[in-house]
Ligand binder design. Structure first.
Ligand SMILES: [Fe+2]
Ligand SMILES: [Fe+2]
Length: 199
């Protein structure tokens, strides 16, 4: 099964993004990537704080925070080893656009399910970007690293979808997920121009 089939993403990233954009500025890629991992951990913490009455969710998010911060540390290790600076957080316009699609009204539960789908969406695209990076980047260390991270983000993607379905109640999760995929495809078509993970 291809990655596209697994992730159901509608628009694949052009591999030329790696050759023409990313490879000219690895330091920028690593800085942005480190903060992507931090934001993934922060998002998991937000899910805990907003939904303390779902013990399974809290348990899984607590583990996820640890894993994402381990990823952050590993990216930071590479930054130090290469003599780069972490620098300030980079704004993630892609995630900002996805965020606009989130439901901000409705019940606590429906907001939680929507945030789980939003999280699944970001994991799916990150996984796809890591795959494109690992297959195309002219850098052995990063190629191996991104292959490993691709597998772990795929696991996160399926975990978020599983949790969304588990807590769906009478919410049409499959329908909402299809809408998310269509919205995301429309957003991502304007990207692939910057040396950032979702850029
Ligand atoms: Fe991660
Ligand atoms: Fe993740």
């Amino acid at each position: 099964m291809s990655e596209k089939t697994i992730l159901k993403l509608q628009l694949p990233t052009d591999p030329l993004w790696v050759k023409n954009v990313v490879e000219s500025n690895i330091e920028e890629l690593l800085t942005d990537h480190a903060y992507c991992e931090q934001k993934a951990a922060s998002n998991a913490i937000t899910l805990i704080v907003q939904n303390p009455n779902y013990p399974d969710l809290v348990q899984e998010m607590a583990l996820l925070v640890q894993e994402e911060m381990d990823h952050f540390k590993r990216v930071h290790d590479i930054i130090i080893k290469r003599g780069y600076n972490l620098g300030k957080e980079r704004k993630d316009d892609y995630v900002g656009e996805l965020y606009k699609f989130l439901k901000h009204g409705g019940t606590r539960q429906s907001q939680m399910v929507d945030r789980l789908l939003f999280s699944a969406m970001i994991e799916a695209r990150s996984c796809e970007r890591f795959k494109v990076l690992s297959e195309n980047i002219n850098d052995d260390e990063l190629s191996i690293f991104y292959h490993e991270l691709m597998i772990s983000e795929a696991t996160h993607y399926t975990m978020f979808l599983r949790l969304a379905k588990k807590y769906a109640g009478d919410i049409d999760v499959d329908g909402r997920w299809k809408d998310f995929l269509a919205y995301e495809a429309n957003v991502v078509k304007n990207y692939g121009k910057k040396e950032t993970i979702h850029g």
